[in-house]
Ligand binder design. Structure first.
Ligand SMILES: Cc1ncc(COP(=O)(O)O)c(C=O)c1O
Length: 342
């Protein structure tokens, strides 16, 4: 066994106490009405039966919200599972996946599971990605995949630049991970029928406040979805999650207000940048901000003292802070002001 063990990059899961601003979740739980509807549905669940493996009504519900046809949707146990499926289909021994650096750590995990190689195009918070350079960098790759808005910088690659990528590399899948796109407005979903090499992943874990049920989606043209459905793990979403997901999606409009408020608080936090001398808070199109400073260790320590958990990175001068509730956001600003003065 020892010799056959794969060298898979470890994924660190998250802490669950204090103020949690490390995983880009929504700061509040589903509202009372939604919870009540979920409770009312529980007695109707056939716990003894496997779930509908075609997820017909869930697909319909998501397609309606996203304004696409149901046959353009595949459902997964989090968008993570959809990313794993896509990477598994495109990447095998020595194949190269191009992504950005920094980007979402789970890409490394799935590529290493498939014995592939990562090639990372460096980007910087607050700077545009040079698309022509990225096209050149991607030559010979088997897949291009990045998050947009980017985790952790909060940068967004505009839609017309993504079209440029899609046209430049029609022979490989281009996967745009739109986990945070509800907090921005550069989605490429309306290009799915135009570019057969385009795949988009989305999730209920961020803007829809339902990270606990693990529900994500893959969108592409109907032909691609049909092929991928045949390769997808059966029964990956429980009857419970399907039911909760459908209820959440039925209430989709109500989440727009939460998204708007999150964006307002994000802009307040970004505006604090004007006041600070030794700490930089970068503009963001997501529900988090990247904070960079020579005093990064002091920031981490001060957040720790206030029981605020943020996302830190080994040997990097930055951290990522999720936009929390009004009170949580104010506390974060207070800590940053304090460290700035030291
Ligand atoms: C960029 C990005 N993509 C995908 C995911 C995974 O989301 P899900 O909860 O849908 O698996 C995350 C989670 O943090 C993320 O940051």
């Amino acid at each position: 066994m020892e010799n056959n063990e794969k060298q898979v990059s470890a994924y660190q899961s998250h802490i669950h106490e204090g103020i949690l601003l490390n995983a880009n979740e929504l700061s509040q739980n589903l509202n009372e009405n939604i919870i009540r509807e979920i409770q009312q549905e529980i007695p109707n669940i056939l716990f003894n039966r496997y779930p509908d493996d075609d997820y017909t009504s869930l697909k319909k519900a998501y397609a309606k919200v996203m304004n696409v046809k149901p046959d353009m949707v595949l459902c997964g146990n989090g968008s993570d599972q959809m990313l794993g499926l896509l990477i598994g289909c495109a990447i095998s021994k020595e194949d190269v996946l191009v992504t950005l650096e920094p980007d979402f750590g789970m890409y490394d995990y799935y590529v290493s599971m498939n014995d592939g190689k990562m090639k990372k195009f460096p980007i910087q918070a607050g700077h545009n990605v040079d698309i022509e350079d990225l096209i050149e960098f991607s030559k010979g790759a088997s897949m291009l995949l990045f998050s947009n808005p980017n985790n952790p910088t909060g940068n967004v690659v505009p839609k017309e630049k993504i079209e440029r990528l899609l046209r430049a590399m029609p022979e490989i899948p281009v996967v745009i991970d739109e986990a945070y796109m509800e907090f921005s407005n550069e989605s490429v979903i309306d290009l799915l029928d135009v570019y057969p090499n385009l795949f988009v992943t989305r999730t209920l874990s961020k803007a829809f406040g339902a990270a606990g049920i693990r529900l994500g989606f893959l969108l592409s043209n109907a032909k691609n979805i049909e092929k991928l459905s045949a390769l997808n793990v059966p029964y990956s979403i429980s009857r419970l999650s399907q039911m909760v997901g459908e209820i959440v999606l039925f209430h989709a409009d109500e989440f727009q207000d939460l998204v708007r408020k999150t964006i307002e608080r994000r802009e307040q936090l970004v505006a604090l940048n004007q006041e600070l001398n030794s700490i930089e808070i970068f503009p963001s199109q997501a529900n988090f901000v990247l904070v960079q400073s020579k005093k990064i260790n002091r920031i981490i320590e001060a957040m720790n003292n206030e029981k605020i958990t943020i996302r830190v990175y080994d040997n990097k001068p930055y951290c990522r802070i999720t936009i929390g509730s009004k009170e949580e956001n104010e506390k974060v600003m207070e800590v940053l002001r304090k460290v700035d003065r030291i």
